[in-house]
Design a protein. Structure first.
Length: 274
């Protein structure tokens, strides 16, 4: 049975009765998916948690490590389906803490890497709620390591850029000239739905069409799928393979190093061709 079945109504958080000291909120990174990549501190915090507010990208393997008696509140976001809008999640964390409970806000990857952890921290502090951030391995680092695609390499990439595939206003109006510079690695979170636009704009801003690129689905887990191709063919290849989110896009010549590590964990592979 999926751990997501342990769901409470996120709006039912008032304790009532006498006033209590305000609790503390822990913004905890659950890592990229493999529970073995969870930090020791994160494992300790979730293992003693009384309330856990968790996201869609937190895997069952990590949820299995949560205190069995904890109250589980699911607030996950999927494409076009948000169980609770972000402003209401912020309010929920404040309200739970004001009941005197210490709360774990459990997020996939790292709380401060496209996880809205900064927004939640601001909201908590603005309301006088103490919070602590427990970092996690972000998807880019975990996937880079397990696929053999280093984010930086003296022969391939002197810098790396992390960006999101869609902005807060829903557009894909990214800084294309910066993303199309040579000798760097570009990692795009949450960009699968805009992959056509991303590839087209990068090429239009002078990134060569034969630049190696990859899309990695469910990275670091036993469901991981790695698809590599040229930038100008990547979107079509992803459509043929019917890859779905969660997925990370990696662009740059470091992708060509992927084949060196072996294919023990890949369940599907499209070889990079000239």
């Amino acid at each position: 049975m999926s751990m997501h079945n342990r769901v409470a109504d996120p709006r039912q958080c008032s304790a009532g009765g006498a006033s209590r000291p305000t609790g503390k909120v822990y913004l905890v990174g659950a890592g990229p998916g493999d529970p073995d990549l969870l930090t020791l501190k994160a494992a300790r915090v979730i293992g003693s948690a009384k309330v856990v507010v968790y996201d869609h990208l937190v895997g069952d393997g990590v949820l299995a490590l949560v205190n069995r008696n904890a109250r589980m509140i699911y607030v996950g976001k999927e494409a076009g389906n948000h169980s609770l809008p972000q402003d209401q999640i912020n309010d929920l964390l404040v309200e739970l803490a004001r009941t005197g409970l210490d709360v774990v806000r459990l997020k996939g990857g790292d709380p401060f890497m496209f996880g809205r952890g900064g927004e939640e921290m601001e909201e908590l502090l603005d309301h006088g709620v103490s919070c602590e951030v427990v970092p996690g391995i972000t998807a880019a680092c975990g996937i880079s390591a397990c696929t053999g695609m280093p984010l930086t390499h003296r022969d391939h990439a002197r810098s790396v850029i992390f960006t999101t595939g869609h902005l807060k206003d829903g557009t894909v109006n990214l800084d294309w000239p910066a993303l199309a510079r040579p000798n760097q690695t570009v990692v795009i979170y949450m960009g699968l739905g805009a992959l056509d636009i991303i590839c087209r704009e990068l090429i239009a801003h002078s990134l060569p069409g034969d630049t190696p690129a990859a899309v990695v689905h469910a990275g670091t887990t036993d469901r991981q799928v790695v698809l590599t191709d040229r930038l100008d063919r990547l979107a079509a290849s992803v459509k043929r393979a019917r890859l779905k989110s969660p997925a990370l896009i990696m662009i740059g010549s470091i992708v060509s190093l992927h084949a060196l590590l072996g294919k023990e964990r890949q369940t599907e592979e499209l070889a990079l061709t000239a």
